[in-house]
Design a protein around this ligand. Structure first.
Ligand code: FNR
Length: 387
């Protein structure tokens, strides 16, 4: 059984490292430059500790959480991750199905290798994440497509004016698209479970995967000699582009990648109905502070807007700390890809259940029955710095 011995989300990482070819594992696991933000995201959780209460009668505790018009079974969801069909057979569908079964939100990535329409078929409550295309006609085309597919919530990822300096990708031999080489073939041959279960299975059943969801790269194959055109220039984008999107998109609008109070207010004033505090899992600006650190200031700036966060969440306790600091909801990235790589949908279900169980158990140990009670002085700074 592939899940034997997997007791926590972190265990999936070691297991996935064995299953995945080095370029693909490196693509998922890496940060950028010195990985300072990647590690900082985790370390931030260690700067807080819990104050427990006892004999509180906690038998009736629940972690159900309402967010953007839906009652979810947990306070966490699956962050958008590009190209996850490289790590697991039909990775986006695997994530979508597991999330639907558990009633948690799943964000379909704008750089997926599975068409957004198929993901939405697999999970009617999925959200779609988009990078803003550089040109207005492309923005219109994308929004029309996402609406036609039936998505109710659109997440716009900001903070990606240019791509971060992912030296790690070069070091491990990852590129987008992947370039055929002897080294890549060797990596495939020495990871037979991935070769047969993901690569060959995909090729035989669906042919060569292509980028499906970004307007600029759509149709480009994942394996090719030449670089695909990037997403088009994005470094000219400003708040007026978000305003344009707001006029075109009739559903719920969320902005991801906000890291300070001023931008949070601007996003809200442009019509965003939710904000995800995120430094992209430490993959964009190395040295960017951790989302957990800026979370309280963002929450204070937009008190009537749901503020979510992601980055470094690996334990139920991390979820509880984020909620204590004001998060209305959190997202988890890498562990769910690892789980899909290790055991497909069963793996992702196991990861979701593990995190839920940790939250459930530790709510009892904290002495709370509802998640918002963790905000009543139950988390204090300056403890557990060993994470
Ligand atoms: C990402 N992330 C990301 N974000 C986004 O808005 N669109 C995307 O397509 C991607 N792609 C992507 C691929 C991979 C492999 C990773 C690891 C991350 C960022 C992601 O949504 C999220 O912000 C972080 O991954 C959260 O941090 P943790 O939980 O991975 O530490």
């Amino acid at each position: 059984n592939r899940l034997r011995g997997i007791l926590s989300l972190e265990d999936f990482e070691a297991a996935a490292r064995r299953v995945l070819p080095r370029p693909i594992f490196g693509y998922v696991s890496g940060g950028c430059e010195t990985d300072a933000s990647l590690h900082g995201n985790r370390a931030a959780f260690g700067e807080y500790g819990f104050v427990t209460r006892v004999l509180q009668g906690v038998a009736q505790r629940t972690q159900a959480t309402s967010l953007l018009g839906h009652s979810w079974s947990a306070p966490f969801g699956i962050a958008p991750m590009g190209m996850c069909a490289l790590s697991a057979y039909r990775g986006d569908i695997v994530l979508a199905r597991a999330a639907a079964a558990a009633n948690i939100p799943m964000l379909c990535s704008g750089t997926g290798l599975i068409a957004l329409e198929e993901v939405r078929q697999a999970n009617r409550d999925a959200w779609f994440q988009a990078y803003v295309p550089g040109e207005p006609q492309r923005i219109e085309a994308l929004i029309e497509r996402v609406a036609r597919a039936g998505y109710g919530t659109l997440v716009i990822t900001a903070g990606t004016a240019v791509s971060g300096n992912r030296e790690n990708h070069v070091r491990v031999g990852f590129s987008s698209p992947l370039r055929p080489s002897a080294a890549l073939a060797w990596q495939g041959l020495t990871h037979p479970r991935w070769l047969v279960g993901t690569a060959l299975r995909t090729l035989l059943r669906h042919g060569m995967p292509h980028f499906e969801n970004s307007q600029a790269t759509r149709g480009a194959p994942i394996l090719a000699r030449h670089a695909v055109r990037d997403f088009g220039a994005r470094d000219h984008l400003g708040w007026e582009h978000l305003r344009l999107i707001r006029t075109l998109w009739k559903g719920r609008l969320v902005v991801k990648g906000i890291m300070n109070a001023d931008d949070a207010r601007l996003a809200r004033d442009c019509g965003a109905e939710g904000i995800i505090v995120s430094n992209h899992g430490g993959r964009q600006l190395d040295g960017a502070v951790s989302p957990l650190r800026v979370l309280p200031a963002v929450v204070e700036a937009v008190p009537d807007t749901p503020v979510m966060m992601d980055g470094g969440i690996r334990r139920g306790n991390d979820v509880l700390k984020a909620i204590a600091l004001g998060a209305g909801f959190v997202f988890v990235g890498r562990p769910f890809i690892y789980a899909a790589a290790v055991a497909g949908e069963a793996g992702v279900r196991h990861a979701i259940a593990t995190l839920q169980q940790e939250i459930h158990r530790n709510m009892a140990l904290l002495g709370i029955t509802r998640l918002e009670q963790v905000r009543q002085g139950r988390v204090v700074p300056g403890e557990n710095t060993a994470i």
